[in-house]
Design a protein around this ligand. Sequence first.
Ligand code: AR6
Length: 348
Amino acid sequence: MNTTNAKVLFLYDESTNECSGIMEIVMEETRYLLDLERAIFNWCCGGEKAAPDSVFNAIVNGMNNDMQVIVPIKTPEILQENPEKVKAEETFSSADDLPINFRHVNSFEEERYFIPIFTSQEELNRVEPSSSINQSLKDLFKAVYNWENCDGYIINPWGQKVVLPKQIINMILEYKPKSHINFVKGSVVDMHVSAIVNAANQSLLGGGGVDGAIHRAAGPELLKECQTLNGCNTGEAKITGAYNIDYADYIIHTVGPVYSGNPRDAELLADCYTNSLDLALENGCNSIAFPGISTGVYSYPLDEAAEVSLMSVVDWLNNHPETVMNIYFCCFRDAELSAYTKLIKRIG
Ligand code: AR6
């Protein structure tokens, strides 16, 4: 059994005079958990070959900021037997001699187990509600080596899960967070990131393509905020809230060039990427998703746009060595993804 120091808060149901064993967790800082949940979502969408760096970044960043995850526990017997001892919202700690036993998930091998941990109450309650406690992920990672039969942790085992066997935990404890570029097939509207980028026009008042999709998903409040921005010049970027798009905090609107074949097109397109990244950084974002700016209605050839976009992002990262930014290039069409694949093969 795994025991640990923890503050526990149980709910007491006065109508039945029972300790329900469901704990309400007051999360002091959910920011890092949200970042982790987003990184896991995007990673799972990337399929088997997706690199886990964004998830590692989120874990390490969370650990460095004392991120508390949720760990399901067995409701202590003393509370089950003596529910009158439990007052609503009473807090216990292990100093009160309250035994705390983590729940287990069976491993592939007999007698061995993983410990499930969760990034939110919703994730925990997907199957059946359980008593639970908040625990520092850093402390959990260190403690795992004391438990001989424990193979590691599974984050959010009922949903999009990440299995962390001991070897991976070792790697994470040594891992230095670094920016990461990801190529994904899909729409920016569905990405779970701090900021999604909109390929807008100079009016910023909506349009077709990705602009239309973003405005439809965000709802009319977005248009209201855009009306206050006085438009945007080509190559520049402006930021708004994300409104009904729950999975992002901000929308960064940038205006790509209409393709003309002039060398200035590439400069303006590169500005869109670097100005968007600057705005993201200024607003505390650590993940951003780009569509293929100018590659639709503005008819920038895909191969050329892929090169300009990737090079401008790489230059920006080189100019910000201290920053950790998870960057997603969202390819709506297969042709966009193959333009990047071809480019990466060419430049190695
Ligand atoms: N999600 C992600 N990407 C998309 C989506 C979507 N829902 N729909 C299209 N794309 P475009 P532009 C891809 O035309 O060329 C608007 O009317 C698409 O496959 O949206 O910069 C604005 O208001 C393409 O590769 O943007 C402007 O007037 C890429 O997004 C004008 O279009 C960009 O196509 C801007 O043109």
